[in-house]
Write a protein that binds this ligand. Structure first.
Ligand code: ARG
Length: 262
């Protein structure tokens, strides 16, 4: 099948590969309940010709309504076919790994993307909904105790000293990513965004960047188990208060199909 003629040979994205004329015709009038369309899903890949993937989702339903396009992209990227079902396993006792030799490893970081149930994804979320997500997530995190206790720093009023320090430590996310921009993910910047971190900056949560939550555990050296344990503890504590958006087959849902699963 030919790819749709809006793409040229230079366009190497999975979007260009799988948006055949036939798929385009079948999906061009499809909409989710939140009015997310094919046009919305492919914007970033159309405008950024160097995209690798080229699509973003608008909500949970996008992954079903646009499955003719999303499934082959997911299969190609994750080697996960449309008959597979994702199994999430956050049982750290099953982790078969010893601390790695810290003389070779500067730091270890594990992060996951999560979004809240009952909200559309950041691509089409309204300003009010985004602010609500910020409020729900930051209030939950501000109740955390002990090692996970920390503060929330909203981006719009972050003072320069804190900002510069976070940038220097590579902890801060930046505006201006053209992929996110064209996917609608930077609307109303910098409002509704911010960073929570504990005192030691070993536990961080970005709020309302590409996903509503990016939960991060990190520390110096190579103790993966310790990093993973902290991450799992935090994920479970958040999830108890705020259920995450989850698909019965694909696992936890992200705006970009590259981050699906666990
Ligand atoms: N949308 C970009 C592309 O298609 C980035 C994809 C992966 N990265 C990400 N942050 N989701 O090339």
């Amino acid at each position: 099948m030919d790819t749709y003629p809006i793409f040229t040979k230079q366009n190497k994205s999975l979007l260009a590969k799988y948006l055949t004329k036939e798929v385009f015709e079948k999906l061009k009038n499809v909409k989710t309940k939140n009015n997310f369309t094919l046009f919305d899903a492919i914007q970033s890949g159309i405008k950024n010709k160097d995209s690798n993937i080229g699509v973003y989702a608008g909500d949970l339903e996008s992954y079903d309504k646009f499955d003719l396009l999303f499934n082959p992209i997911i299969e190609s990227y994750h080697n996960f076919s449309k008959t597979n079902t994702h199994i999430s396993n956050l049982d750290s006792t099953k982790l078969k790994i010893n601390p790695l030799d810290s003389s070779y490893i500067i730091s270890t970081r594990i992060r996951v993307g999560r979004n809240l149930k009952n909200f559309p994804l950041g691509t089409i979320i309204s300003k009010e909904q985004r602010n609500k997500v910020e409020q729900l997530v930051s209030n939950t995190l501000l109740n955390f105790q002990d090692e996970l206790a920390g503060d929330y720093y909203p981006l719009y009023k972050m003072d320069n000293a804190i900002k510069n320090k976070l940038i220097q430590d590579h902890f801060l996310f930046k505006n201006g990513d053209r992929f996110l921009e064209t996917a609608g993910l930077n609307r109303d910047w910098p409002y509704g965004r911010g960073i929570f971190h504990n005192k030691n900056k070993t536990f961080l949560v970005w709020i309302n960047e590409e996903d509503q939550l990016r939960i991060i555990s990190m520390q110096k050296g190579g103790d993966i188990k310790m990093v993973f344990n902290r991450l799992v503890k935090a994920i479970k504590k958040i999830e108890k208060e705020l259920p995450f958006l989850c698909h019965n087959r694909l696992g936890y849902i992200s705006s970009c199909p590259t981050n699906l699963g666990t």
